[in-house]
Design a protein around this ligand. Structure first.
Ligand code: KIV
Length: 272
């Protein structure tokens, strides 16, 4: 258990709402595999997201679009095995929740049944509200995701800040309210002006978790590979790097290569 986290009870959707009510900020981070999820849980994370950013950081794709339902389930199974305390949320991948509520429900059931996750995250608002309602009505907790929605990158054509103009900010607020009314337990807002993030967080009763949405929201989420400095090319303004694991890993692996070539590994005590 982390030094930051005295309370080792399992985090639930209900407890996240209580955290918002008492003004305690929510920490959320992505994980995609057993070993890292175990460390992140031990560090006291509140929410672990098996994000479809796995498409980028695990599979090397340029966008999040190619990752499949089966691949998300594979990552989700590994993460849920490792986690004791954090709430585990799994992204519904591109195409699995896009306007056909029965198909969306089936995909959601597969994720929940096969991974043992606690909740799902879905990108989109009004356009897919019937899908979201059907999933929530069937007993599955849903975290919404608005603002920059990477699954819609081909529609936007750019990863720039969203909701900068009044019309888009208005639609974003309407969608956020609709998601709350429809029963979402939390909402992610990605890459929007801080003033819009703060306004939405103050209007909603459910927790609003931001990534590039300023500090007026109820919590923050980052992609693990970015905040640990495993990836270096991606450097948006909202990203704070807490480590430079790229350098540590390259140096460590380089030393191992040198030791093998120099016949200094293994030494006497490292063999049978
Ligand atoms: O897939 C992901 O990692 C996400 C976060 C950026 C919120 O959706």
């Amino acid at each position: 258990m982390s030094v930051h986290q005295e309370d080792n009870r399992k985090v639930t959707t209900h407890r996240l709402v209580e955290m918002k009510e008492r003004g305690e900020k929510i920490a959320m981070l992505t994980a995609y595999d057993y070993s890292m999820a175990k460390l992140i849980d031990q560090a006291g994370m509140d929410v672990i997201l098996v994000g479809d950013s796995a498409s980028n950081v695990m599979a090397g794709n340029i966008t999040t679009l190619p990752i499949t339902l089966d691949q998300m389930i594979y990552h989700g199974m590994a993460v849920t095995k490792a986690v004791n305390r954090a709430l585990v949320v799994i992204d519904m991948p591109f195409g699995s929740c896009s306007g056909n509520p029965t198909e969306s429900l089936n995909a959601a059931i597969r994720i929940m049944k096969e991974t043992g996750a606690d909740a799902l995250k879905i990108e989109g608002g009004k356009e897919i509200i019937n899908d979201i309602k059907k999933i929530i009505d069937a007993g599955m907790p849903v975290m919404g995701h608005l603002g920059l929605m990477p699954q819609s990158i081909n529609k936007y054509g750019t990863y720039t800040v969203r909701a900068k103009d009044d019309a888009e900010a208005k639609k974003l607020c309407e969608d956020a309210l609709l998601l709350e009314e429809s029963g979402c337990f939390a909402l992610v807002l990605e890459k929007i002006p801080a003033v819009v993030g703060k306004k939405i967080a103050s209007k909603l009763h459910i927790p609003v978790i931001g990534i590039g949405a300023g500090n007026g929201v109820d919590g923050q989420v980052l992609v693990m590979h970015d905040m640990l400095g495993i990836t270096q090319a991606f450097s948006p303004r909202f990203l704070r790097r807490y480590a430079n694991l790229q350098e540590t890993i390259i140096q460590s692996v380089g030393h191992y290569v040198e030791d093998v070539k120099a016949l200094s590994f293994p030494n006497e005590s490292e063999q049978y």
